[in-house]
Design a protein around this ligand. Sequence first.
Ligand code: GLC
Length: 715
Amino acid sequence: MTQKKLKELLASMTVEEKAAQLTQVNGVSIKKDTQAELTGVDPRFAITLDEISRVGSVLNFASAEEAKEIQNRYLERSEKKIPLVMMMDVIHGYRTIFPIPLAMGATFDPALTEECAKMSAVEARCGGVQATFAPMVDLARDQRWGRVMETSGEDPYLNGEMGKAYIRGFHAGGLACCVKHFAAYGAAEAGRDYNTTDMSAHSLAQYYLYAYGECLKENPELVMSSFNALNGKPVNANKGLLIDLLRNEWKFNGVVISDYDAVWEMIAHGYTENEKECARIAINNEIDMEMVSTTYINYLPELLEEGAITEKKVDKMVGRVLALKNKLGLFENPYYGMDVENAEKVFLSAEYRNLARIAAEKSFILLKNEKEVLPLKKTEKIACVGPFAAERGIIGAWACNGRKEDAVSVLQGLENYLGESVPSAKGCGYELLATDESGIKSAVKAAKKAKTVIACIGEYMDDSGEGASRSKLNLPAPQIALLKALKEKGKKVVAVVFGGRAQELDEVEKYSDAILYVWQPGTEGGNAVARTLYGEVNPSGKTTVSFPRTVGQMPLYYNAFRTGRPKPVDDFKNVYYVSSYRDVLNSPLYPFGYGLSYTKFEISNLTISATEMDENGEIEVSVLVKNVGKYDGEEVVQLYLRDHHASMIRTVKELKAYKKIFLKAGEEQRVEFAINEKTLRFYNADFKYVSEKGKFSVMVGNSSENVLEKEFILK
Ligand code: GLC
């Protein structure tokens, strides 16, 4: 539709029709015709099909057919025929499920991430989806938070790079997308979801806002405002964030949608007295679409009447929603993305499964490999035990319309690969509070003839994700008892660990000869694990979250400040009056950027083209990377920077660039980076985003703690 026609349409709309365009309803509740049939739906959200002209968008529906039926029923009733826009959480796949975003971060491969997002989008459009609530780029530094699984980890730069890759992919696949959750939702105190977030304006600007701002460069159609109270106000009441920064400074003119019921939750926060106040505040902060709560349709006309909001503001907001629908071509084709005919042909196609397997293979992290237990030889006798041996619930939280029945378990993957059955036993459950160890004996018996035992352990997919915070990060006792029992029988133990977050692995480390961290690997997980264990693939994933020795270290992240009493990393018993604990080493068990390979890479010969530069200068940085092992493989060469002193304290190091390179056994390659003044910028004491003269260190290596270092001066 032309801009002129859009303006005419807007001018013709009643106030009620405008309020409808600013409201999104949960598809669950509008499958019923009358209120009486809406059992089990919170009356606050209840909008039946009869009343569907009171909304402008729907989230959550089972299929393209259902989306089409809702659109049809809506258009029959809508006088102005303004189509609904259909949205869902396509986070890491629609029906073919790819590894969780935390795992995709571990690939350090934006191009691969983009490809997976593109395929997810094509599948989603066969499911009736026109816009997805992704990418999520909240910075998370506390592994107790369940939604770490949706992030790319603890580094703002990597989060930004991965978020942009997801957007490019969703767009290439034809989906509108939504950067979330604006803002700083991941800083939930104590890692407890929906909890208070409170931080300095500098930390907010320097670390927590970075990735959202970066993502806007890829023109997402929506931004989602978050649940949390930030610095004493619910985000939906935060004009500084929503208007001054997002609209005026960052010039975002897309649709801001609230999180689920978050407009109403300002009452729960104790910030507003009633729904009318919620509507007034949210509208004045230009939350263009209210998700699920109904304060706009109930109070916008009255607020307009009273002059508490202006027609100009409402028209600007409605104009953005109409522009989104127009960009998707919905006025010409309301059934865009409801590709019923192709659905069954596209879902879970061989091509999609193949990419999902490759993505999983690239996301695995080899944390330990004592005496090259891995890769396995086909000749050696193995067994596959543990709660995740035959488990297909390995597709992660936020798996949209993915089904665990479609997934390949590790046991299936091994049997597919070997073409023969593999002895297996569960040994114990995966429940977080499990205590039953009665199955361990039979698991050890099942492994009797095996020289090497693959122990599939970890955290179940429902124990991470929204609302799934944990106060502990260790694996449940029965799982450790299983490892111990196998070790006591003299078995070689290969731990394959599942999880939606970094967990405490010190006991796993003690009883395992090798550890492969596989996150929640998605539909093709089992095939990817088998091919990796047998060396068809050489693991190349790197940690993007710091793995703690104990949950007591939380929040734990590599890019921290030095403090006035810098922490020792290799001792805790004989050090006093420094930033340290009396009972555990300060360092993580596995640091950010860490991951082994079946081969060995040597990084040497760090050179910098100059030891000083001015604001127009550039310094070339290069290292020599050599594959000195027996296998071809990939290495992630990481470049970190440290600003030694500035008008605000600076972190010990920050990731500024990385390159993932492939080297055949014996091959070597010089890897080059360039640093200029822009690379050194930060929010200084005057809140200016600038660089400041002085001494810097450039560090290059294959983990945040294994780097070569050189100093230079910014003049
Ligand atoms: C949820 C989540 C958000 C999601 C939305 C719609 O509560 O916080 O990430 O996009 O509701 O499902």
